[in-house]
Design a protein around this ligand. Structure first.
Ligand code: HSE
Length: 373
């Protein structure tokens, strides 16, 4: 076994990237797996260099040129924590094309460019890992792809967005209003730079696309996933939790229900994929109803194992940073991409995708929320 260190370049020194760098600086002896290569930090790229230095990023490792970091011959693995579509997508693609391994927390890039990036890793032999992209610090994607590989997965559903769960929990518990709790979730570092993706359910849609890839071997287009609950007028409801009012929350609470933004994907009998991300009225005492604050919870229904559940911190720099570090340790140990173990993706763009069907409950705002268990 080679004991040459695995040299890591980090792109983005924001909420997650900062935590990754901090781990290198504070815990470096623990970043040397007993059966793999030790990890060393070789460089960090961040556009706002002065702010990064003020946040404790070592100036001698810092550059503002991310493409130059990707092109360096003394970097083996790129960690991409800048988020968003471009330039993150081009940087990940350039790194894989150059034969570098990549660890990313970027659910948008994986969900929107997954087929292209998966094909590229097969061409170049590079490894792409993205455990931090779904479920924050919960070990979730690895267990689904590898440890459940002998099972046939029928359905995956879960609370996949910490910001909206934090907001819905605070609205139900304290009767606070939407704008107030959103500000608090942003201040705690849970929300995306533009929280529209959180509150409209698009962040959870991206995560559901990734889960469907691992569960069913298909890349479904994010645009095909429904993110609106119904309404009593029959028209499509508002996206994500944007239409949820304090009155809706109180009325459902009086019936022993609480709202959770539940993402569900299911393989239907006709081989279509059902996929939705909608505020769902669940019993307050159920596992989803008791999953509070920034926690995420994912349930996988599979044969022959039955139901397997995962719960834990779903957002925040420390949780996602820990998941990035675990992926680096996996690469240092010679493991493959996150989908290794899961079936190979064969197409997906032509598979019919439709919303998950089910009973709804009418609320004072005119929304009709699906009923969950
Ligand atoms: N904004 C995301 C969330 C961050 O709230 O879940 C973690 O992916």
């Amino acid at each position: 076994m080679s004991i040459l260190p695995l040299r890591v370049g980090v792109i983005g020194a924001g909420t997650v990237g900062r935590e990754v760098v901090r781990s290198f600086l504070e815990r470096s002896p623990r970043l040397a797996p007993s059966d793999g290569r030790p990890l060393v930090l070789a460089g960090i790229a961040e556009k706002f260099t002065e702010r990064a230095i003020a946040n404790g990023i070592p100036a001698e490792l810092l550059t503002d040129d991310a493409f130059a970091l990707v092109g360096r011959d003394d970097v083996d693995v790129i960690v991409e924590t800048m988020g968003g579509d471009e330039p993150a997508h081009s940087l990940v693609r350039a790194a894989l094309a150059a034969g570098r391994h990549v660890v990313t927390a970027n659910k948008h890039v994986i969900a929107h460019h997954g087929p292209e990036l998966e094909a590229l890793t097969r061409e170049t032999g590079s490894v792409l890992r993205f455990e931090a992209a779904v479920g924050g610090g919960i070990p979730l994607l690895g267990p689904i792809a590898q440890d459940l590989a002998a099972n046939r997965i029928a359905r995956v559903r879960g609370i996949l967005n910490g910001t909206t769960n934090y907001m819905l929990t605070a609205m139900a518990r304290d009767g606070r209003d939407y704008a107030d709790v959103l500000r608090e979730a942003q201040a705690k570092g849970y929300a995306e730079a533009d929280p529209t993706a959180d509150v409209e359910g698009l962040d959870a849609v991206n995560k559901l696309v990734i889960l469907a890839r691992l569960a069913f071997g298909l890349w479904i287009p994010p645009e095909a996933v429904s993110n609106c609950a119904g309404s009593t007028s029959g028209k499509p409801g508002t996206p994500g939790i944007t239409g949820v009012t304090a009155e809706d929350v109180a009325a459902l609470g009086a019936e022993g229900r609480t709202l959770r933004l539940i993402a569900t994907t299911r393989l239907a009998e006709d081989c279509a994929i059902e996929a939705s991300v909608v505020p769902t009225a669940v019993p307050a005492g159920s596992p989803f109803g008791r999953c509070n604050g920034v926690l995420n919870r994912v349930e996988v229904d599979a044969e022959p194992v039955g139901r397997v559940a995962f719960e834990g911190p779903g957002a925040g720099g420390a949780a996602a940073g820990a998941a990035v570090l675990s992926d680096l340790v996996s690469i240092a140990r010679g493991l493959g991409s996150t989908w290794g173990g899961a079936v190979r993706a064969e197409g997906g763009a032509d598979v019919p995708v439709r919303p998950v069907d089910g009973e709804c409950v009418a609320a004072p705002s005119g929304a009709c929320y699906p009923v969950g268990d």
